[in-house]
Design a protein around this ligand. Structure first.
Ligand code: ITT
Length: 200
């Protein structure tokens, strides 16, 4: 069977993160009827896998099984070179139970200070998985490289956006027009791959 996403169909966005849900809806550009896992009252699965792609597949499959509809999940995070790729898949968990990203960004700054690292290189990864209720699934990954800046700048976007400057730019993702972030982000790059694989 050839897996395809047909324009106009309903897609469950298997995320409970409003910032991500907004970006996913924009990237699907009105071609699909997007319903969120939250609006269907689907619970959040525990992210037990060790990779972005593993957790993206786990979340997409979990939503597809419970909703009976084609589901799309994103597992993403920020990795810091000098911290050996941390927080990586633990990016959400560094913000604690209150999802406090000011705290998470401070933790990144403090860890860099503790080890006396000058290297400010970092990257974002987004793994996007689509799962069909009858079993098949597809996963792709996108990555954008950049450098970190402290203190955080800008209140656009979400998560770690205020400390991340993508290469070739001077503004953080938090200061940038969301249209520009959506044109060059890790999520946009993963979407381009997904479209090439699943959309005619
Ligand atoms: P769902 O699992 O419900 O989708 P989540 O927030 O728990 O929501 P993840 O497990 O994938 O999602 O965690 C990824 C974290 O990495 C997320 O909470 C953000 O803080 C951060 N992150 C991912 N993409 C980001 C982006 O584009 N800009 C800023 N931070 C981002």
């Amino acid at each position: 069977m050839k897996l395809k996403l047909i324009k106009g169909m309903r897609l469950v966005a298997a995320t409970h993160n409003p910032g991500k849900a907004r970006e996913i809806a924009t990237l699907l550009k009105g071609d699909y009827v997007v319903v969120t896992a939250g609006s269907l009252n689907l619970p959040e699965p525990e992210e037990t896998e060790a990779t972005f792609t593993g957790n993206a597949l786990l979340k997409a499959r979990y939503a597809a099984e419970r909703s009976g509809e084609v589901s799309l999940a994103d597992d993403s995070g920020m990795s810091v070179s000098a911290l050996d790729g941390a927080p990586g898949i633990f990016s959400a968990r560094w913000a604690g139970p209150d999802k406090d990203f000011a705290l998470a960004m401070k933790k990144v700054e403090d860890r860099l200070g503790e080890i006396g690292a000058d290297d400010r290189r970092a990257w974002f990864t987004s793994a996007l998985a689509v799962a069909w209720p009858d079993g098949p699934a597809v996963v792709v990954e996108g990555r954008v490289d950049g450098t970190l800046t402290f203190p955080p700048r800008g209140d656009s976007g979400f998560g770690y956006d205020p400390i991340f400057i993508p290469n070739g730019h001077t503004r953080t993702f938090g200061e940038m027009d969301p249209v520009l972030k959506d044109a060059l982000s890790h999520r946009a790059l993963a979407f381009a791959k997904l479209k090439a694989a699943l959309i005619d």
